[in-house]
Design a protein around this ligand. Sequence first.
Ligand code: XMP
Length: 328
Amino acid sequence: MNTNGNKRPDDMQRITTPELANAFIEEKVAEIKAQVGDGKVLLALSGGVDSSVVAALLIRAIGKNLVCVHVNHGLLRKGEPEQVVEVFRNQMDANLVYVDAVDRFLSKLEGVAEPEQKRKIIGAEFIRVFEEEARKQEGVDFLAQGTIYPDILESGTVKAHHNVGGLPEDLKFELVEPVKLLFKDEVRVVGKALGLPDSMVYRQPFPGPGLGVRCLGAITRDRLEMVRESDAILREEFAANGFEGKVWQYFTIVPDFKSVGVRDGKRTFERPVIIRAVNTTDAMTAEVEEVPYPLLKRIAARITAEVPGVNRVVYDLTAKPPGTIEWE
Ligand code: XMP
C-alpha cells in the first residue's frame, strides 16, 4: 500500500488496536530509516499529542540523530515543559534541546492587547526561535512535523502556525511526516503503543498561542500565573471527578479588569477567573458542559483560596455560536 502521498488510500485500515499500532510503528520505523539513513532530523516538540508521537517514532527509528527542540514560550500549562523533559530526555534518552524563551516572548508581547496581533507575535517569534536553534545544528537535512490527516484536509486553518512552515528560504529541509495520514484517534493509539504517558496521549486540544489568548488583553506575568494556576486546579478537579476524558476542552480565562470582593473582613479589588468547559465534534459549534454545581463550587472555592490575586470565579454558559470556544 502506498502511504507516502498526501491522500489516504481508500483501503487503509483504521488503527484501533495495539496490534495494528505496532504494525504501523514497524512499517514507519523502516520507512524513516530508509528515508533518513544516517542523516539528522530536527523536530519542534511542543509536547502535544502529534509532535510527541512523531518524536517517539523517530527516536525508535534513528535515536540520537533526531534533535528535538522544545521552545518554552511561557504560555504553556503548568507542568508541561517539565513533562517534555522528563518523558523525552530522562525516560526516552532523546537528544532534546530545551529553549527557555519565556522572557523573550513576554517582552515581545508587552503592551499588546489585540488578540490577532498577539497570535501573530507568538507565531512569528516561535519561528524565529526555532530558526536560531536550527542554525546552531550542523548537518541537519530533514525536518519532522506532526502533521495529521485533518491538517491536510483543512490545510491553511487554525493550526497553520503550529507547523514550522514559515522558515526562511535558505533553511531548506526534506520533510518527514510519519503520521500525516492518521486521524487523531489513531495517533493516540500509536502514542499509547509507543509507551507515551496517558496524560500526553489523551490530552485535550491546546491552541498554539496557548495561555496567551486566555490572559485577556495585554499579558502580564501576574495574570498569566493566575491563568496557569487556576487551569491546573480545574484540570486536577476534573481528573479527580471523572470529567477528564468526558469533556472535550476545559480551561480558565483571566480578564484584564478587577472586581470588588471581601476577605477576612477587608475589601479586596482583584481579578475574576472565568471557567469554560465545552463539548464539540469539529470545534465549529460547541455546547457547554453541564458541570454539577457542587463540583463547580468546589473549584471556585479552591481557586479563590489558592490563587493569589483572585477573588471571584464565574462559569461561562455560552454555546458556540454565538460565543467562540476561546475568549480571544
Ligand atoms: P474558537 O475559539 O475559534 O476555537 O471557537 C476553536 C478551536 O480552535 C482552538 N484555537 C486555536 N488553535 N491556534 C490554534 O492552534 C489558534 O490561534 C487557535 N485559536 C483557537 C481552540 O482552542 C478551539 O479548540
